[in-house]
Design a protein around this ligand. Structure first.
Ligand SMILES: [Zn+2]
Ligand SMILES: [Zn+2]
Length: 340
């Protein structure tokens, strides 16, 4: 399925099978989960995508061919390359958002490859997984925990990974608020509860069904994003792309608390009085992921165990999945399935 231009539906097209370059894997795609970022790309809320583009950055498939071994020199920072186990033909492989980094810029050299000046992103500046085949740099791919099947594991590759990076930014916060209780929040809530945090879930006002679901999962409190929690929070993560929520979260924080913005796109943040930030409260965002995040997350996820809720669509119905997602009509993560 090909995006020729933003704000247009994807087109079902026959495209030549990609050829793996040195160090790349040719992967036969089995499933690819749909992410809110895919919507941001289609809706032209993210600048300069590759065009035409194959979307999708939560890809699960099997290695079909391996490009001749990369002769690139070892990266100065070790590249996290020890994290990247070798792949053999037939191996199951997960392909995430971070598709390539230069290994050489000040960010890569200081263990922050997620901020690489020249990073390339799957399904945005590189072709992704809304397709039968894709190629990916083996160094950025993951082996996936065996307890999950190809549908269950797909949403972990972005909602899980980037959610996990947001969660880690909250340090050892005991009382954790999650604003926007969608897919990423649902995954991270399970880890937070597993690690003994007290979870406060904020949904759209009046969304009682989601509040109930959060309580069933183990949240100590659930309410509307316009409400104050019964106790001050040590940290909050914003998963909804609504700027004003940052201010609601800030006002719910205890001294020294942090608000982490987990999304790639958000509406503007209104101005607010300095006193709301005073006393060492902080606001930060999370961008992309590092391979270390992936390694840590896939280690912990099967122990929790983090469970995903999915709804499958055949690849040809990608537009239906995107439309339903945009309209808020999905009750689980959409996962595209690709027939052999
Ligand atoms: Zn770099
Ligand atoms: Zn994503």
């Amino acid at each position: 399925m090909v995006l020729r231009e933003p704000k247009q539906p994807l087109e079902l097209r026959n495209v030549p099978k990609p050829k793996p370059g040195r160090g790349q894997l040719l992967v036969r795609v089995n499933t690819c989960a749909v992410c809110r970022t895919d919507l941001h790309v289609v809706d032209s809320e993210l600048p300069n995508p590759k065009l035409p583009l194959i979307l999708g950055h939560q890809i699960v498939g099997r290695v079909e061919e391996i490009g001749k071994f990369s002769e690139e020199p070892q990266r100065p920072d070790g590249g996290g390359t020890k994290a990247v186990a070798a792949f053999a033909i037939g191996d199951r492989v997960g392909i995430p958002w971070l598709g390539w980094t230069d290994g050489n810029c000040p960010y890569c050299r200081s263990g922050r490859e997620n901020l690489c000046d020249n990073a390339r992103f799957t399904g945005y500046t590189l072709d992704g997984g809304y397709a039968e085949f894709t190629v990916a740099d083996a160094r950025y791919c993951f082996h996936l925990p065996e307890r999950y099947n190809d549908v269950e594991v797909a949403p972990l590759l972005c909602a899980g990974l980037i959610g996990y990076r947001s969660y880690r930014k909250t340090g050892d916060a005991r009382r954790l608020g999650l604003y926007g209780f969608g897919n990423a929040a649902h995954l991270i809530a399970q880890i937070a509860i597993y690690e003994g945090r007290e979870l406060f879930a904020f949904t759209r006002p009046d969304d009682e069904a989601t509040q109930e679901a959060a309580k069933n999962l183990g949240a100590v409190w659930a309410g509307g994003s316009d409400e104050m929690p019964p106790e001050k929070l040590d940290a909050a993560i914003i998963f909804a792309s609504v700027g004003p929520l940052i201010l609601s979260a800030l006002r719910a924080l205890a001294k020294g608390g942090i608000v982490v913005c987990g999304g790639i796109h958000m509406t503007d943040i209104p101005s607010f009085p300095y006193v709301d930030l005073w006393e060492e409260r902080a606001i930060t965002s999370v961008a992309n992921l590092t391979r270390r995040d992936g390694e840590e997350f896939f280690k912990i996820a099967p122990h929790v165990p983090v469970r995903t809720q999915t709804q499958t669509f055949p690849l040809e119905e990608a537009n239906v999945a995107l439309d339903q997602f945009r309209a808020g009509k999905l009750s689980a993560t959409a996962v595209l399935t690709i027939r052999e």
